[in-house]
Design a protein around this ligand. Structure first.
Ligand code: ADP
Ligand code: ZN
Ligand code: ZN
Length: 762
């Protein structure tokens, strides 16, 4: 037989294929998906995953042998390997980087190792109590009699018999020791005594680290008429096109529809992946799912520890009879679980920016990757949102995806009424109370009076300062990019985040010529202090990055609000999504301008989505909610659109604008970030790379330019943006970029240069 070789994925960011010879003794166990321990470099040993077995020796160099195959069984499926390969190739990173993101550390150590053999996963063991031999009823009564002087031991034995049903059930299930102790009100020594007397025995058993659900399982809610129609439409679109976009207003019952879709798949014996953009949202939805689907429902996200992750991993690869999970609720990393027969992937809040991973590689978009994963499984994908992304809606309009609209809230609850509060007007009339307009204060006052709750939303993007005319509200923007210019305090200049255009801060307004140009920005903490002054008896809480550093602080704050222990909750983006509170009637958006003027081609889309989503939290049950939007520009297009909940028009306008200024979906974007510790060297290398690319792509290259934050942790950063037509071959483009980067990395001294590529960096 010809020599056999294996390609190994190693946990490295190093490009290239790593091919090793398979020694005779390992021939029978090497197959795609198994772990392999291999030597690397002069002294190192790594554990990786076999991606392919073949008989082509590597072209150059001496080929080395695989040292060991620990475990013998594949730890990933061939389908997972294909998925990794797609991510690596589409997002321009190595399969090793994908592997590091995909596998729990306890399965594959992510660094190099002296010995890669040890599996670091350890099952958790607990002590159980069993019966030590075979006893008849008569014999047991004899034993109980003999324990008259040791009444506690008698109680322990009686409790054990009651719990296990022995001797009627002649093979009693062991009882957890801690449970037996609690039930019998005894101490360890009492059980010890019975063990010494050879009546009971201790057994050590593996137990799950994951809680199991054994609450009641209910029937699904029947769908309303509108939901029924939408459901039928989604189903037929899935049959036809595999992918369907569900555009349903907030609280229309999208989740109810998902539950019905999941039910169908589970009945067919298929698995379902239900994706959410943030961990925080899983806590509410998991309760809803378990109510219908019980213990086959699992959750996966990065807050689990490594050992727990391995247990979830194992449960996903098991069948239902073996106690496996069939429905997984997870955030983007859940894509990497070892699904065996996925039938449906749901991407809820599909427009959400958190689906994109920016750092480190793989810089993947979980929605787009989910569609690929589903197609590998020949499964369906449902994308859902009240405010779909322009990309997905375009795809739906173009017929690539099915499109289903669900325009009414469940239970005939109206969408919240929207009040626009003009902050400039209020300031002129001197009726502002710190940051609050009279309209907002009035709404809060009424809510508190009726014992209803309030959410105040303030977006976090603190660094997105900009300059504004105090008289007319004019904000300088870039003429080439249609985005507002950002104020860089350090250099006291305005900069276009997109094309690099720079200009001094104008001394006079470009519109009304008034000299009062102001810089803008304020935070949640300040709002909290001020609201406490205005409403001293209200119970106020704050939810933002600072108050949610601890593992459980998010749930604590949310639960307190859900219980009604908080009257006013102030927060950032975190409170905008998916949450469902019964008694929340007023939502205040403190500074809508701050959203609209974010220097990003998606600023308007994102603001619309955000305002609509935050508004969607108000008045979800009995009564119509009120949303107060504070803005200095009440006539702005986006504000008018939100006022009428007019998504379709927003979509149309945004599509036109993106066409005019050539942004996705009308082009593709790839961002190349170059970093160096020395500014002058960075400038030099970035220029070389920029020129190299300009030779190939001409005007399609923007930059190199300093981004908004031009220096992070001693690294200076410059970005180059590649904007290419959709018709051009993406593979070819990536090839050219790859070659250009390789060329720059060969320059003298370039080893201290770091280059990262981000495909679809938005
Ligand atoms: P969305 O996901 O679109 O925001 P939800 O599915 O959360 O909407 O529905 C909003 C509220 O209405 C939830 O409390 C939900 O339980 C309730 N609801 C929606 N549809 C039904 C239905 N068919 N039967 C009973 N309750 C429903
Ligand atoms: Zn510009
Ligand atoms: Zn002005």
């Amino acid at each position: 037989m010809a020599q056999q070789f294996a390609d190994i994925i190693l946990p490295l960011a190093v490009k290239g294929r790593f091919t090793y010879r398979i020694p005779e003794r390992l021939l029978s166990v090497v197959m795609p998906g198994v772990k392999a321990v291999v030597p690397f470099g002069s002294r190192n040993i790594y554990t990786g995953i076999v991606s392919a077995v073949h008989d082509h020796p590597p072209e150059e160099g001496k080929v080395r042998d695989i040292a060991d195959i620990p475990g013998n069984e594949p730890v990933v499926t061939t389908l997972q390997l294909r998925f990794w390969q797609w991510i690596a190739s589409y997002y321009m990173c190595t399969e090793g980087e994908v592997m590091k993101a995909a596998l729990p550390g306890a399965i594959i150590p992510d660094g190099l190792q002296a010995s890669g053999v040890n599996e670091r996963y350890r099952p958790r063991q607990e002590t159980f109590v069993g019966i030590a031999g075979e006893f008849t009823e008569h014999a047991l009564n004899g034993i109980l009699d003999s324990l008259r002087k040791a009444p506690k031991q008698a109680i322990v034995l009686e409790t054990f018999l009651a719990l296990t049903g022995y001797p009627d059930s002649n093979d009693p299930l062991p009882v957890k020791k801690s449970f037996l102790l609690r039930e019998a009100g005894a101490s360890s020594s009492h059980i010890d005594a019975l063990v010494r007397k050879k009546v009971l025995s201790y057994i050590s058993l593996d137990v799950s680290r994951l809680g199991t659900y054994n609450g009641p399982v209910s029937d699904l809610n029947p769908l309303s008429k509108a939901q029924e129609t939408a459901y039928a439409s989604v189903c037929s679109q899935l049959e036809e096109r595999k992918i369907s976009l569900l555009h349903g207003v907030t609280s229309s019952g999208k989740t109810e529809l998902y539950i019905h879709l999941i039910n169908e798949q589970l009945k067919k014996g298929k698995q379902v992946l239900y994706m959410l953009p943030e961990i925080a949202l899983t806590t509410q939805i998991i309760l809803r799912l378990r109510k219908y689907f019980g213990a086959v429902t699992g959750v996966y996200h990065s807050r689990f520890n490594d050992q727990e992750k391995v247990e979830i991993w194992k449960k996903v690869s098991k069948s239902e009879e073996d106690g496996g999970y069939r429905l997984i609720l997870g955030v983007r990393s859940a894509l990497f679980l070892p699904f065996t027969d996925l039938g449906l992937v749901i991407v809820d809040e599909e427009h959400d920016g958190s689906y994109k991973q920016h750092d480190p590689a793989p810089r993947y978009h979980a929605r787009d990757s989910a569609i690929v994963l589903a197609s590998l499984h020949k499964a369906f994908t449902v994308l859902g949102s009240a405010t779909p992304s322009i990309e997905s809606y375009s795809n739906a309009v173009a017929g690539k995806y099915g499109l289903t609209e669900l325009n009414e809230r469940h239970g005939a609850i109206k969408l919240p009424s929207i009040v626009i509060a003009d902050t400039r007007e209020a300031a002129r009339k001197k009726v502002m109370t710190s940051h609050f307009t009279p309209q907002l204060l009035n709404a809060i006052d009424n809510a508190l009076e009726n014992r209803e709750q309030v959410i105040l939303f303030k977006n976090r993007r603190g660094f997105s300062s900009y300059v504004e005319c105090s008289e007319c509200g004019w904000i300088p923007s870039c003429t080439r990019c249609a985005v507002s210019l950002t104020y860089h305090k350090g250099i006291n200049r305005l900069v276009c985040h997109y094309c690099g255009y720079e200009t001094p801060v104008p001394s006079r307004c470009g519109s009304c010529r008034s000299p009062g140009m102001l810089t803008r920005g304020f935070g949640t903490e300040k709002i909290e202090d001020e609201i406490k002054i205005v409403f001293p008896s209200a119970r106020v809480a704050r939810l933002d990055q600072d108050t949610t550093r601890n593992k459980n602080s998010f749930s604590r704050i949310i639960e307190a609000f859900a219980r009604g222990d908080t009257d006013i909750l102030i927060g950032t983006q975190m409170i905008s999504k998916g949450l469902d509170f019964e008694n929340l009637t007023v939502v205040g958006i403190l500074n809508a301008d701050n959203l609209l003027n974010f220097p990003d081609f998606r600023a308007h889309e994102r603001s619309y989505q955000l305002i609509e989503q935050v508004s969607g939290r108000a008045g979800r049950r009995q009564k119509q909610g009120i949303v107060v939007i504070q803005t200095s520009d009440p006539r702005s297009t986006i504000i008018r659109l939100v006022l009428n909940h007019d998504y379709i028009k927003m979509f149309r306008l945004q599509t036109e604008e993106r066409k005019t200024f050539n942004y996705p979906p009308f082009c593709r974007m790839i961002r190349i970030s170059v970093r160096h510790h020395e500014r002058s060297k960075l400038d030099g290398y970035a220029a070389i790379l920029g020129n190299e690319l300009k030779q190939q792509f001409g005007k399609r290259i923007l930059g190199p330019e300093y981004p908004l934050v031009g220096q992070v942790q001693l690294w200076y950063i410059k970005n180059i943006l590649v904007k290419i037509e959709r018709e051009r071959s993406l593979a070819k483009t990536k090839e050219i970029i790859g070659a250009a980067i390789e060329k720059v990395m060969k320059e003298k001294g370039a080893s201290s240069l770091r280059i990262a590529v981000d495909v679809d960096p938005y």
